[in-house]
Design a protein around this ligand. Structure first.
Ligand code: ADP
Length: 238
C-alpha cells in the first residue's frame, strides 16, 4: 500500500504501555490528526513512526516497505514540534534553507524554494528577519516552511500550535491545512484540541489510554461517534 501503514504498534516505557496495538493507514496526500487527552499516547505513536521511539510490538511501513532498522534521518520524514526549534542565530532564510543544504540544488534553486515557501506560509519578504524579532505565530510559520522545504514524504507535527493563544491557533490551523494541501504533503498532526483537529485534518483519529478508538472524517465523528467515550471527548456529551 502507498503511504503510511501502522500495524498493531505498541510502545512501552518500562511497565507503562503508552501505545497499545494501534493500526492506522494514511494515504498519500492525506492529513490525519491524532486527537486525545494529555497522556493518551499521541506523541509516543508519532515518535515511533518517526523512528525516535523503539516499537514494543507491531510494524511501521511506508510505501509498503517495513521501516524497522531504518534510522530517523533516512526515513525522509519531516518533524515539527510545539517549540519550532529554530536556530536563533540564523536569519529566516537560512532557517528555511537548513534542510536543503544537503540536497543537490544550486544556490538560486535553493533561494527560489525558500522564497516560495515563505510565500506559502504568509511570510513573503521575511528572508532577512532575525528569529528573536518574530512573534510566536511567525516562528511556527517559519518552522513549517523549514519542515516542508526538503519535500518530506511524510510530515509529523506534534502539537505545533499548542503554545499559541486560541484565536491565533484557530487561524493558523486553517493555514497549516492550506499549506499541506497546496504542497500535497502527507501528514500526521497530533493535538489535544478537537476544533484544531477538525480544521487541519481529512480524518481524525481519537485516542484514549494508548488505543485508537475511531478514525473518521471530522463531520462523521460528530454525527456518528463510535462510542460514548468518543462523543464525550468531542464535547458532544456532558
Ligand atoms: P500524549 O502525547 O497523548 O500526551 P505521550 O505519548 O506523551 O501522550 O505519553 C503517553 C504515556 O507514556 C504517559 O503515561 C506518559 O507519562 C508516558 N511517557 C511518555 N514518554 C515517556 C518516557 N520517555 N518515559 C516514561 N514514560 C513516558
Amino acid at each position: 500500500m502507498a503511504g503510511l501503514e501502522v500495524r498493531d504498534v505498541s510502545v512501552r516505557y518500562g511497565g507503562t504501555t503508552a501505545v497499545d496495538g494501534v493500526t492506522l493507514a494514511v494515504e498519500p496526500g492525506e492529513v490525519v490528526a491524532l486527537l486525545g487527552p494529555s497522556g493518551c499516547g499521541k506523541s509516543s505513536l508519532l515518535r515511533a513512526v518517526a523512528g525516535l521511539e523503539p516499537l514494543a510490538g507491531g510494524r511501521v511501513l511506508y510505501d509498503g516497505a517495513d521501516l524497522a532498522g531504518l534510522p530517523v534521518h533516512k526515513r525522509r520524514f519531516g518533524l515539527m514540534f510545539q517549540d519550532g526549534q529554530l536556530f536563533p542565530h540564523r536569519d529566516v532564510r537560512r532557517n528555511v534553507a537548513y534542510g536543503l543544504e544537503t540536497l543537490p540544488l544550486t544556490r538560486q534553486e535553493r533561494d527560489e524554494r525558500v522564497t516560495a515557501l515563505l510565500d506559502l506560509v504568509g511570510l513573503a519578504g521575511y528572508e532577512q528577519r532575525s528569529v528573536p524579532t518574530l512573534s510566536g505565530g511567525e516562528q511556527q510559520r517559519v518552522a513549517l516552511a523549514r519542515a516542508l522545504a526538503p519535500r518530506p514524504r511524510l510530515l509529523l507535527l506534534d502539537e505545533p500550535l499548542s503554545a499559541l493563544d486560541r484565536q491565533l491557533r484557530e487561524r493558523l490551523a486553517g493555514e497549516v491545512r492550506a499549506a499541506l494541501v497546496e504542497t500535497g504533503t502527507t501528514a500526521v498532526f497530533v493535538t489535544h484540541d478537537h476544533a484544531e483537529a477538525s480544521a487541519v485534518a481529512d480524518r481524525v483519529g481519537v485516542m484514549d489510554q494508548g488505543r485508537l478508538l475511531q478514525v473518521a472524517a471530522p463531520q462523521e465523528l460528530r454525527t456518528a461517534p463510535a462510542s460514548d467515550r468518543v462523543a464525550e471527548f468531542l464535547g458532544l456529551r456532558a
